[in-house]
Design a protein around this ligand. Structure first.
Ligand code: BES
Ligand code: MN
Ligand code: ZN
Length: 497
């Protein structure tokens, strides 16, 4: 989808669909002032009819409005005039995108000037619109036969502004990079697990390196990982016929010896649970157990698109967790690259096993910060639902930076503690640590993060548990592209700093 800017008011704009904000209490926006009396009369009549109340999420498609050069006018509700909130605007933009997609409009124009938030600028507004229109415009047809493809007509969205065209331009630029990154993340997530395996992810990383001069990809095979002593990572793939991979993407946009920010993604391309086998219902959802990895790919793509002047390393720990005669057993003890031994009490707690060796591996980059992203625990879905990613960290500074980026992008996070009381739950009588907490499922997201924290003492680190936010199950199932907006904004802010 293309995003354009036009410095004008809406009355002369020819388009398939002109999207106009309206407000509660039958209030049209001031950008309607320039319409002819006939158009204004028609719009006011529609509002007076009560067909649209102006609440966020409301939308109404009007065709052939008197005197209007636009083929359609799509009214979208934004709540009370002058009282817009972030969530209301996001809801309104989603509704607008869906309303446009319900028509055969090939292009749409969005009048921005009447939408104002106290604490948000035009760049924010534009970026949100770009992201949400791109989100609604996403299709995944790769595995459908030609005559069954979902086709959406909309190809171009133009932003109308008379106020802050610079803000719109920068919003389009960063917004499109983030939206493309999200789209890539969603594609990787949605690709079925018989195709998207560790080898496939490694090939994708090599593809990125071919497309971008500043990026180099190194892939460690099982032999290379064995040589490094990655006994925990390797144990996860033992039961699988597709070998594990550690994928390293180094983006060098900054000065040579500037320490990089490192992203580490959980890339379990399918999680059966292993010998601690998961129940059959909804097990297909475990193809999204590589969404953390997919968000690293998506963020690298956004970084490349924006040619960020900084150094970023993306690492993906890729394996498939399968049961077999070769799979690890509950009770097995493995030695990690850090030298710490782990008693595998539940083979379904495999994410932390692949991540711990990846987290030790990245010490070599002397990172400015490390953020790992993982669909790590079902418990985080119980705690936060789909709305926020769980955040756990050993660094107040990284937390503050991630929280600021989350607040700006509305790609939300919520912090949970890593207190000593929780750490003690990992004690094992036979190894240095167990791979699950010995209080059963209690505080499951925290004990998982406590496990990771044992491997992250060498640098400022944060863990994002995205099991609730990275994909949707049910009727609207699919990868969401989160937390690409959060991660990209986090990195963007490190450039300015
Ligand atoms: N991949 C799962 C976590 C998950 C569950 C992600 C549901 C998305 C949706 C992870 O590997 C897992 O199985 N975790 C276990 C940990 C337990 C054995 C301590 C869980 O959450 O039940
Ligand atoms: Mn699991
Ligand atoms: Zn998993």
């Amino acid at each position: 989808m293309d995003f354009k800017i036009k410095k004008a008011t809406p009355e002369k704009t020819k388009t398939d669909a002109l999207v106009l904000p309206v407000f509660e209490g039958n209030v049209l926006g001031s950008c309607c002032d320039h319409f002819s009396d006939a158009t204004k009369k028609a719009l006011n009549a529609v509002m007076a009819n009560g067909d649209i109340k102006g609440k966020p999420g409301d939308s109404l498609v009007l065709t052939a409005v008197a005197d209007s050069v636009a083929k359609r006018i799509i009214l979208i509700g934004l709540g009370k005039a002058g009282e817009q909130t972030e969530s209301a605007v996001r809801k309104a933009f989603s509704a607008a995108a869906n309303a446009v997609n319900g028509t055969s409009a090939k292009d749409a124009v969005l009048a921005l000037d009447d939408i104002q938030l106290e604490n948000r600028d035009t760049q924010w507004l534009t970026r949100q619109a770009v992201e949400l229109f791109a989100y609604a415009n996403y299709t995944f047809n790769a595995f459908k036969s030609k005559d069954n493809h979902k086709q959406l007509a909309l190809k171009k969205l133009t932003f109308l502004t008379t106020v802050d065209s610079k803000g719109v331009e920068s919003g389009i630029k960063s917004g499109a990079a983030i939206a493309n990154g999200m789209c890539y993340t969603r594609d990787l997530g949605n690709t079925p697990p018989n195709i998207c395996n560790p080898t496939y992810l490694a090939q994708e990383a090599k593809k990125l390196a071919r497309e971008c001069k500043a990026l180099t990809t190194t892939v460690l095979d099982e032999k290379a990982m064995r040589a490094l002593g990655m006994g925990a990572l390797l144990s996860v793939g033992n039961g699988s016929d597709t070998p594990s991979r550690l994928i390293v993407m180094e983006y060098k946009g900054g000065p040579k010896n500037q320490s990089p920010h490192v992203l580490v993604g959980k890339g379990i391309t399918f999680d059966t649970g292993g010998i601690s086998l998961k129940p059959a219902p909804d097990m297909d959802a475990m193809k999204w157990d590589m969404c953390g990895a997919a968000s690293v790919f998506g963020t690298m793509r956004a970084v490349i698109d924006m040619a960020l002047p900084m150094n970023v390393v993306g690492v993906v720990a890729a394996a498939e967790n399968m049961p077999s005669g070769k799979a690890s057993r509950p009770g097995d003890i493995v030695t990690t690259m850090s030298g710490q031994t782990v008693e595998i009490l539940n083979t379904d707690a495999e994410g932390r096993l692949v991540l711990c060796d990846a987290l030790t591996y990245v010490e070599r980059f002397k990172p400015a910060s490390v953020v790992d992203i993982a669909t790590l625990t079902g418990a985080i879905i119980v705690a936060l639902g789909p709305f926020a990613s769980g955040l756990m960290s050993n660094s107040e500074e990284v937390v503050e930076n991630l929280q600021a980026a989350a607040d700006y992008t509305q790609d939300k996070v919520w912090r949970l503690p890593l207190w000593d009381e929780y750490q003690a739950l990992l004690d094992s009588p036979f190894a240095d640590i167990g791979n699950i907490g010995n209080a059963g499922p209690k505080a499951g997201s925290i004990t998982a993060a406590c496990f990771l924290s044992r491997f992250t003492k060498a640098y400022p680190w944060a863990h994002l548990d995205v099991a609730g936010s990275a994909f949707n199950g049910g009727a609207n199932k699919g990868a969401t592209g989160r937390p690409v907006p959060l991660l990209t904004e986090y990195l963007l802010r490190q450039v300015k700093a």
